[in-house]
Write a protein that binds this ligand. Structure first.
Ligand code: FRU
Length: 478
């Protein structure tokens, strides 16, 4: 038996129901890491957010799921819906492997509405059992009915080995005729391309146009691209793989997420006119975010994790990984700002002002403070802690003193350079998650951290500081 014939790739329909029930029971016993205000799997593994769409007055959040266990294996799409980001309904796995061309999983992609029907665009991950499990990537459009049953699936693009390798995935529609997709070209370099597609006919237009750019990013694959407009500018957000660290500020995780802004980008010319690329997050665990518009706001949610990483407790509690908070994006002076959406304010309980210290009664809270000079925040207990420090223009997040360490070979500290003298911070801690928003979300540090019990929070150097516990989000029964 090899990995491809093992339980890692058992199809969803063949998983033992009792196993899923047992796993979900174990997840419920996790009192140290499982989040209360973030989306996490009922059991098994979660990775990229997929198919984000506001449709029928509901936010639809699909995500890459491997219900087989807390590891990357047979992927399908799990759906969670919400009206208000306070109460959610988990619909379970709604898009899973049914066709031979997707025999090794349903990979990432986006949603579109065609004739008022919810359709999902995704990458079918095929591996040939008769040829050493060699991979091929098909792009597929699935149509769902009003109960989220898949009523049809059809390939909209076949793989083309003259243009890309087996890494050709994560399609998102940018209009009714064009889809943006990430790929590895025949020289093994990451690229973004736009392919024509048809919402109605069998295949789309077979053209594949690469986006010409001058970013100079040495990456072997660009994953999970997004293209959207803010303030009349075009913005690309994507996840390049394998970029080497340039200094202590950039590309220190196994893979990081970047964005680039262009004044002009016309599908006809396929030319990105800005060579500048910026890192979207400066923490340890942030990848493959997806952006969408709900009619009023441009919103983004990411995977609060990174590829090839096992987190403490995964095996014990049979779940792995979570999504970030939903964030609203704005563009201010050439910077993409991220703020947790206002809806989360409903989870706040009682704001108290504090000086220097809070004795913690729960691991789920929010903190706001301002500091015009250096500051130090330490969250933990007598033996372990996570630390956020400003020295000069630099803010560092240090998880070297946590109880359990993660991805140590990539270092235990992350740094971000802050231009402003004054810092306003908003921090959300949710069990094993910390999201740090600095100066209206101009700099964000998203991370997991692992300390069983948090008893105190100590802050020095702040001018004002406020603290509130957060209530848990709820799930509808069903
Ligand atoms: C990014 C990614 C995508 C792929 C999916 C598979 O995390 O590798 O490129 O579609 O995950 O789960």
């Amino acid at each position: 038996m090899n990995r491809y014939t093992s339980h890692v790739y058992t199809k969803f329909e063949n998983l033992k129901p009792q196993q899923l029930i047992d796993d979900a029971q174990l997840v419920k016993t996790d009192m140290v890491n499982y989040p209360k205000v973030h989306i996490a799997p009922k059991s098994g593994l979660l990775n990229d957010p997929n198919g984000l769409v506001y449709y029928n007055e509901l936010y639809h959040i699909f995500y890459q799921a491997c219900p087989n266990g807390p590891f990357h294996g047979m992927k399908s799409w799990n759906l969670v819906t919400t009206k208000d980001f306070l109460t959610y309904e988990d619909h379970g796995i709604v898009l899973n492997v049914t066709e031979e061309y997707e025999n090794f999983g349903i990979f990432s992609g986006g949603a579109i509405i065609v004739d008022s029907k919810l359709c999902l665009l995704y990458t079918a991950n095929y591996r040939d059992p008769n040829n050493e499990y060699k991979r091929k990537a098909y792009q597929v459009l699935a149509t769902l009915d009003e109960n989220y049953n898949v009523v049809s699936k059809r390939i909209i693009r076949e793989p083309d080995e003259t243009l890309h390798t087996e890494h050709f995935r994560d399609p998102v529609a940018i209009d009714d005729f064009n889809v943006l997709i990430g790929l590895q070209d025949v020289n093994n370099q990451g690229q973004l391309a736009v392919m024509g597609y048809s919402q109605k006919d069998y295949l789309g237009d077979s053209k594949l146009s690469f986006i010409k750019n001058s970013w100079n990013l040495d990456s072997f694959m660009f994953e999970c691209p997004n293209l959207f407009k803010l303030e009349d500018k075009n913005i690309l957000v994507f996840s390049p793989q394998g970029v080497e660290a340039q200094d202590k500020y950039t590309f220190n995780n196994i893979h990081d997420v970047v964005y680039s802004i262009s004044d002009k980008f016309f599908i006809e010319e396929m030319m990105w006119d800005n060579p500048i690329i910026k890192q979207l997050d400066h923490g340890f665990d942030f990848y493959a975010p997806q952006v969408f518009n709900d009619g009023e706001r441009t919103l983004m949610i990411g995977w609060q994790g990174v590829p090839d990483t096992i987190y403490p407790g995964d095996e014990q509690y049979r779940w792995s990984q979570m999504l970030t908070t939903m964030r609203e994006l704005t563009l201010v002076n050439g910077n993409l700002l991220q703020k947790p959406i206002d809806e989360y304010q409903q989870l706040e309980t009682n704001w108290i002002s504090f000086e220097r210290e809070v004795k913690l009664e729960s691991k789920v809270f929010k903190l706001k403070f301002s500091a015009s000079e250096e500051f130090e925040l330490v969250i933990g207990n007598d033996s372990y802690n996570i630390r956020l420090v400003r020295q000069g223009n630099e803010i560092s997040l240090d998880r070297s003193k946590c109880q359990y360490l993660v991805n140590e070979k990539y270092g235990n500290v992350r740094y971000v350079n802050v231009e402003e003298d004054n810092c306003e911070l908003e921090i959300i801690v949710d069990m094993s998650s910390i999201e740090i928003f600095i100066n209206e979300g101009k700099y964000v540090m998203t991370s997991r951290f692992f300390i069983d019990s948090l008893t105190t929070l100590k802050l020095s150097g702040s001018d004002t500081s406020q603290f509130s516990y957060l209530k848990a989000i709820k799930y509808k029964e069903g």
